[in-house]
Design a protein around this ligand. Structure first.
Ligand code: GDP
Length: 415
């Protein structure tokens, strides 16, 4: 990573089922809240375990993507470049389905949300080599040798024409007629499909009704509902393409361990980035910390040198540097305000903080060998929230504190 943006100095003084056979779908708390109130109530008390079990979605996908369907279709797997590691479980599941069926599935990997990055920081080439490396590490073989990793943005339309060209070519060359779109929840499937529909119709199509979202099988809906909340598009949706070709949208597989689980409706809008992410680099001294809103923090151990930590999160997630010894005090004082999201009123700060801490917090400790000052050594990724790249010399001893169950991983090569 070439650091071309602002560097802040820290470490000194603290700166301020759906079972297809069932006519009535089972909906999770999130979907219910979203449908009835337009918001969700996600908290530690409404953890993924209280939602539709992820197995409901995988079972449904297994029923849909039978070996004969796989062999006679083009499969578009969609992943989110911003939150790629959250796609791991969905990708592995789909990969196993394809590989174990022994089918000759034609697979295209669409890497969505590419608009979120400054192109001088993460070039398309860099993004593609990162994705291929991650696929290798995760043992995803279904895309291998097919050369079809497409960088996209459903939001801006970037790469969508090229993607459709690729899909049409694959359909034509293999004499197939169906395209199935699969991926984790929140990767932007609905946004992309609406763009595809609008291109087909030559105009922007309105949103589908909420009723549509919960129907088991839908044919040619006018639009697909976009949301901030994972798991809201249930059922398989059929969209007519040209010349009798059809595209099917499958339900987004639930991502376990996402930080998104800890936020409510309005807060989610802050956490899921809509605009280009502006990375900020902090120089963190030993014994220094970065507070990540009110939902976690990253500490640099006293027993190492200083490091540059570049933060890639939604611009609305407030990151504050402080001394580790002052971090707890700062959290209690500014939680939900200066340290947001979560967002809360002065009066319910304690209550919301307790809610977030109900399941306890845990430490994730990483030791990272620096590669010098010109290149980031590794990224610490926080599922659903973003990542921190670590640059410097010597060994960085990093600890991340976050709610128990929230996914924190080390990406051994920086994006
Ligand atoms: P789905 O659950 O996969 O159907 O995802 P949605 O289409 O509902 O999108 C989830 C969130 O990501 C929404 O807040 C969208 O506005 C946002 N989103 C979807 N596609 C893009 C994209 O290409 N770029 C950006 N920046 N945001 C996107």
């Amino acid at each position: 990573l070439i650091l071309g943006h602002e560097i802040e100095n820290i470490g000194g003084d603290p700166d301020p089922d759906l079972d297809p056979g069932n006519s009535k779908p089972i909906i999770c708390q999130r979907c219910y809240d979203l449908d009835s109130k337009g918001t969700t109530l996600l908290s530690s008390s409404s953890s993924p375990s209280s939602s539709i079990p992820p197995s409901t979605f995988t079972k449904m996908l297994t029923k849909t993507l039978t070996p004969s369907v796989l062999s006679s279709s083009v499969i578009l797997i969609l992943v989110d470049l911003f939150d790629f590691n959250a796609s791991d479980s969905a990708l592995s599941y789909i990969n196993n389905l394809i590989i174990s069926s022994g089918s000759k599935a034609k697979v295209i990997l669409g890497v969505n949300k590419s608009d979120l990055f400054p192109s001088d920081t993460i070039t398309p080439l860099r993004a593609e080599s990162y994705i291929r490396r991650e696929l290798e590490i995760a043992g995803i073989e279904c895309v291998k040798g097919q050369g079809s990793v497409k960088l996209l943005s459903g939001k801006t339309g970037f790469g969508v024409e090229a993607l459709m060209g690729k899909i049409n070519k694959e359909l034509r060359m293999s004499s197939r007629e169906k395209v199935y779109v699969v991926g984790g929840a929140n990767v932007g499937k609905s946004t992309l499909l609406n763009r595809i529909i609008s291109k087909r119709e030559g105009k922007r199509i309105g949103r589908g009704s909420k009723k549509n979202k919960f129907s088991a099988e839908l044919k040619s809906v006018g639009g697909v509902t976009e949301s901030n909340v994972p798991g809201t598009t249930l059922g398989v949706i059929e969209i007519e393409l040209s010349e009798g070709k059809k595209l099917y949208d499958t339900p987004g597989l639930i991502v376990e361990g996402s930080f998104l689980e800890y936020f409510k409706g309005e807060e989610l809008k802050k956490v899921v980035p809509k605009k280009r992410v502006e990375p900020v680099t902090y120089r963190v001294e030993p014994g220094g910390s970065l507070m990540i809103g009110g939902v976690g923090r990253i500490d640099l151990h006293e027993d190492c040198k200083s490091f540059l930590i570049t933060v890639f999160v939604s611009n609305e997630v407030k990151v504050h540097p402080c001394k580790t010894e002052k971090a707890e005090e700062l959290l209690e004082k500014h939680f939900g305000g200066m340290l947001s999201p979560p967002v809360c009123e002065e009066g319910n700060r304690g209550e919301r903080l307790n809610e977030l801490r109900e399941g306890g917090w845990e430490d994730h400790v990483f030791r990272i060998d620096g590669k010098g000052w010109k290149e980031a050594a590794a990224d610490v990724t926080l599922l659903g929230l973003g990542w921190f790249s670590i640059t410097g010399s010597g060994e960085a001893k990093v600890r991340v504190q976050a709610p128990k169950g929230a996914g924190v991983f080390l990406r051994e090569e920086s994006l």
